[in-house]
Every structure is written in structure tokens, then in C-alpha cells.
Ligand binder design. Structure first.
Ligand code: HXC
Ligand code: NAP
Length: 274
């Protein structure tokens, strides 16, 4: 629960938060942070069992939960999820676009469909959700939070697909801040660094050199899902009412040390065939 103790416990009472990819990891952590502060929470993803497990965790915090199976690559499915959320929980105040796919792959080995798959999930899926939620966010004067990554700003080896997708997300985020500000809709991104216990770390980090890499990060450790949740809560709160088009980097300073150490570790992971 670290991170949200400073926020009023009823900060999001009466508000509805919709999280794409909310069934696991960082996105589930964000959903739980809002739930702890009184929000009603909707989550979507492709896997019914995963959503059910996540819903139990969120309900255990006392929050009202709605789940809907939807692949963010399918605009109609996302629209149905967003519309059904309104019927179940009321209009959406906070949209979190967190659904993502990732794997390590050398650019020369990447199939066109592999590249397209990640761009489809991360970037086009984020647009699909944003577009589908527009009317509700206009009504609530809500906010969109995009879950980005350091790959948006700096090249990381074997992440050509993710770099393109996340850089696109940053541009999407700022374009919507520009166009939708007049409706009272804010749009921001959160850029997590390495977050412990997540699928992303399992897929990308070389376990053998992880400790060494962490020692070079200014804050010398991985972040936690609760720390990303706290950043999301802050951006969605009245404290951030004049913040839009902003990228909030929550990475312990890891973006300051470059990607070279990651690249060496990723090479080792690919060589090991993991
Ligand atoms: C090369 C691969 C591959 C791999 C899939 N592909 N995995 N290519 N290396 N390891 C290729 C396939 O061969 C296929 O191309 C195309 O990608 C689509 O694959 P499918 O399996 O059909 O796709 P799908 O079932 O839609 O699954 C999407 C996925 C999968 C992205 C491939 O990994 C997934 O569902 N991921 C969701 C969970 C996840 O990735 N979480 C981590 C997020 S962390 P062909 O040409 O053969 O048809 C994150 C961290 C950021 O983003 C930063 C951390 C520091
Ligand atoms: P994760 O647990 O795998 O989260 C991704 C979620 O997205 C899963 O719940 C997955 O559920 C869902 N998803 C994937 N494809 C989808 C699709 N097509 N439609 C709908 N839902 C889909 O990974 P994570 O590591 O916590 O990452 C979460 C977010 O943080 C991502 O945006 C990632 O890029 C970002 N990030 C992570 C790190 C890190 O250290 N882990 C660092 C920087 C940024 P289903 O498979 O059931 O659909």
C-alpha cells in the first residue's frame, strides 16, 4: 500500500476508473490504488480467468468492480466494454491505457506481424480505448493515463517494436491533450522504470546481471506497482488539475543511465534462448 497513505481515503468516492489490461501487474496495481481510495473499478483484458482473479483482489479492498473481456485491438469490443462499464458503474472519470505486449527480438528476426502485433496492442489499442471513452470523459471532465516506457525516448536493443509503439503513445497522449483540453479532458503518461515482480521484468531482464544493473540506477532498486499506482492517483487527483500533456517518469532515475546495460543483459537472455 506504500505510496497512497498521503491521499484522502475518499478521494475517488463516486468516480469510475477503467483500466485496459487491468488483470495483472502494474495495471492491476493501479486499479487497486484507486480502489483503496474509494473508486469503482472496471478492468478489461483477453482472459476471463485473469480478470476474475483480479476482481477478487479489488473487491477485497471494498470496491465495486466490473470486468469485461475485450481485446484492445478490436474497436467494437473496446466500445462495448466502455459502454457496459457506464451501465454497471456510471460514467468513466479515469481511463488507464495499460494493455501491452512485449518480447525480446532482434530487429532482423522480427516478422512484420510480430512488429505489428505490439504496435496494434500498445498504440492502436490505446487509441481505440481513448476514442471509445471520449463521450464519457467529456461528460465527467476526466483524464486519460497512458502507461508508457523508457523505450519511448531511448533505443533499447531488441525492442524496435516496443520503442515505436510507446513513442507513438507519447505523441497520441500529447495530441489528445491538445485537442481535448477544451472539453476539460486531461491526458498524461506515466513512464515506469523496472518494476519488481512484473511480467515485463520476467520477459526482458537478464536475471544474472539484474543486481549489477540495479546498482547503477540512481535509486539503486526496482520500483513497485504501488509506486506507479501512487503516480496515477496523483495525476488523476484535483492536485494535478492544471497538468495535461505531461510525462511523469517514475523510474528511480534509471532513464538517466542509458540503455547499454539493459542491452548487454538482453543479448544474454536471447543467447540463452529463454
Ligand atoms: C519473436 C514473436 C515472439 C517472440 C510472438 N512473436 N512472440 N516473435 N519473438 N518471443 C510473433 C509471432 O511469431 C507472430 O508473428 C506475432 O508475434 C504475433 O504472435 P501471437 O502469439 O499470435 O500474438 P498474440 O497471441 O496476439 O500475443 C501477443 C504477444 C504476447 C505480444 C506476442 O507475448 C502477449 O500476449 N503478451 C501480453 C503480455 C506481455 O507481453 N506483458 C509484458 C508487458 S511488459 P508471425 O509472423 O509468426 O505471425 C512491457 C514492458 C516495457 O511492455 C518495459 C519494461 C522495462
Ligand atoms: P502484464 O502483467 O503482462 O500486463 C499487461 C496486461 O495487458 C495483461 O493483464 C494482459 O492480459 C493485458 N493485455 C495484453 N494484450 C492485451 C490485449 N490485446 N487486449 C487487452 N488486454 C491485453 O505486464 P506489466 O509488466 O505489468 O506491464 C504493464 C504496463 O506497464 C505495460 O503497458 C508495460 O508496457 C508497462 N511497463 C512495464 C514495466 C515493467 O517493469 N514491468 C516497465 C515500463 C512500462 P491478457 O493477456 O489476459 O489480455
Amino acid at each position: 500500500m506504500a505510496g497512497i497513505e498521503g491521499f484522502a481515503p475518499n478521494l475517488f468516492v463516486g468516480k469510475t476508473v477503467f483500466v485496459t489490461g487491468g488483470g495483472s501487474g502494474i495495471n492491476l496495481g493501479i486499479a487497486k490504488s484507486f480502489a483503496r481510495l474509494g473508486a469503482k473499478v472496471a478492468i478489461c483484458g483477453r482472459t476471463r480467468e485473469r480478470l476474475d482473479g483480479a476482481a477478487k483482489e479489488i473487491e477485497a479492498l471494498g470496491a465495486k468492480v466490473f470486468t469485461h473481456v475485450a481485446d484492445v485491438r478490436q474497436p467494437q469490443a473496446v466500445q462495448e466494454a466502455i459502454d457496459a462499464t457506464r451501465a454497471a458503474l456510471g460514467p468513466i472519470h479515469v481511463l488507464v491505457c495499460g494493455a501491452a505486449g512485449n518480447f525480446l527480438c532482434r530487429a532482423e528476426d522480427m516478422s512484420p506481424n510480430g512488429f505489428k502485433t505490439v504496435v496494434d496492442i500498445d498504440l492502436i489499442g490505446s487509441f481505440n480505448a481513448s476514442r471509445a471513452a471520449f463521450n464519457q470523459l467529456k461528460e465527467t471532465k476526466g483524464i486519460i493515463l497512458y502507461i508508457s516506457a523508457g523505450m519511448a525516448y531511448m533505443p533499447y536493443a531488441f525492442q524496435v517494436h516496443v520503442g515505436a509503439a510507446k513513442a507513438g503513445i507519447e505523441q497520441l497522449m500529447q495530441n489528445l491533450a491538445l485537442e481535448w483540453g477544451k472539453y476539460g479532458i486531461r491526458s498524461c503518461s506515466i513512464v515506469p522504470g523496472p518494476i519488481e515482480g512484473t511480467e515485463g521484468m520476467k520477459r526482458l531482464a537478464d536475471p544474472k546481471s539484474l543486481a549489477e544493473r540495479l546498482s547503477h540506477i540512481p535509486l539503486s532498486r526496482m520500483g513497485t506497482v504501488d509506486e506507479i499506482g501512487a503516480a496515477a492517483v496523483f495525476l488523476a487527483s484535483p492536485m494535478a488539475a492544471y497538468i495535461t500533456g505531461a510525462q511523469l517518469i517514475v523510474d528511480g532515475g534509471s532513464g538517466l543511465i542509458g540503455s547499454a546495460f539493459f542491452n548487454v543483459g538482453a543479448e544474454a537472455v536471447l543467447r540463452s534462448g529463454a
